[in-house]
Design a protein around this ligand. Sequence first.
Ligand code: KIV
Ligand code: ZN
Length: 533
Amino acid sequence: MHSDPAPAETTRDKPANADDRVLIFDTTLRDGEQAPGFSMSRTQKLRMAQALADLGVDILEAGFPQASADDFASVKAIAATLRGPRICGLARCQQPDIESVARAIEPAQKGRIHVFLATSPLHREFKLQMSRQQVIDTAVAAVRRARSLCEDVEFSAEDAMRTEPDFLAEVFSAVIEAGAGTVNVPDTVGYTTPVEIAERFTWLRAHVRGADKVVFSAHCHDDLGMAVANSLAAISAGARQVECTINGIGERAGNAALEELVMALRVRSDRFPGLHAGIRSQRLHATARLLAQITGQPIARNKAIIGDNAFAHESGIHQHGMLKHRGTYEIMHAEDVGVSKSQLVLGKHSGRHALRERLSALGHDLDDAALDKVFTRFKALADKKREVFDADIEAMAVGRDPEAAGPWQLSHLHATSHIGSSASASVRLTHEDGRVVSEAAIGDGPVDAVLRAVTRAVGHDFSVDEFHIRALSEGGDAQGQAAIRVIHEGRELRGQSVSTDIVEAAANAILEIANRIEHLHAETPVSTTAIAG
Ligand code: KIV
Ligand code: ZN
């Protein structure tokens, strides 16, 4: 089978193989989480998974169970607790991977096994050392095995956009015959363009045997900044599933951003007639901010849809136009994505009720017990700083990751800095086994000194790979958020903490990492496996 891709269909041509729903396949916890700086603990993944379910994603890719014992446990925990989305796990075309996914998603109400194999000439020759026929045979065997364990199977042709179209059509025809219900076209290295991907989808839908029985899916990476545009072009040409992540996190430059895709489909519904996604868009802002809080990776101010500037109109000309007619400079309303219009700032006289209202406006509906805890923290903070902003409240609502709590606690900290000479810090730490350790160090500034003192005191071997301090809100009394990333025995560990005192925030952030290491050593060792983006 070989013919040149036909020109793209216009958006008016209704695809033959699907209805009007564009399925949102969220891979924040798999493709997103595997990017440096975004690793999450099991508790954090569960919390994020619940937020994604509340948002209304159709399919939630919870992880890659064969990658590590921890990944397996996270997928299983999500499958056991979450209701709503279909829970999916990733597998290479290998029996142990496929069986591992089947076991992990077993408690789910609805599950999916997602198998992938590279198909492009580069990958076939240099990575897999497989002929075309071997690739087809391996993919078919994997899909058959997966289908014997789960009725919903997706097949992804890794590096599909650099694969010969006729060969890709052959692979897809074969896996559909073997039982795949979704065929995914990843632009693994973010290489394609909107016109090219639209042409490819149109051509594939015309040439793949059984195309009318399956859902075609797009999975776009953002290396050239076109992941969202490419995904939308694929939808125009018949894709009825898009794979994406919150805030566009993911391998290298990331994946298509869920919030941008969803709002583009809605705001430009004239270009996508009749199509809709089942996402509760008013939850977009809260979900995006939750991810930023959990990972300690801030959202750029100018980020589309969810950045702080996305709905700010500072210039006089814009404000003048907005006052005459909102539509002059606004294509969607802040409320549509859940940005609360009120800029209410709380202070020490604010009560429990006001705090509950604000938390709820920010997307955190807490039960009474949780509210009590946040209220206590709120009062303590309001005593230290005049105004308590949304970011402060969000940090309190998210709280500390329980998996980074104990056994070490900071019980004393003293730091000094001197112009023209080294700074010094001394700490006293207590361990839950009764040990009390005191250490002191000098460094290039009090933060460096305290990091050295804590590292010495806990006695673990790690060096700081990334360290950020940023103000959480406005004003000279703003809280500082310290975020630290270390690589320990080949795995990424992150710690973060918030305080009005940045030296204390740094000490607690590094202590979170020490605590994670203690927890890890208490568990069974895990193996790390290289996986696709
Ligand atoms: O980018 C990619 O190719 C992937 C696949 C595993 C779907 O993430
Ligand atoms: Zn990917």
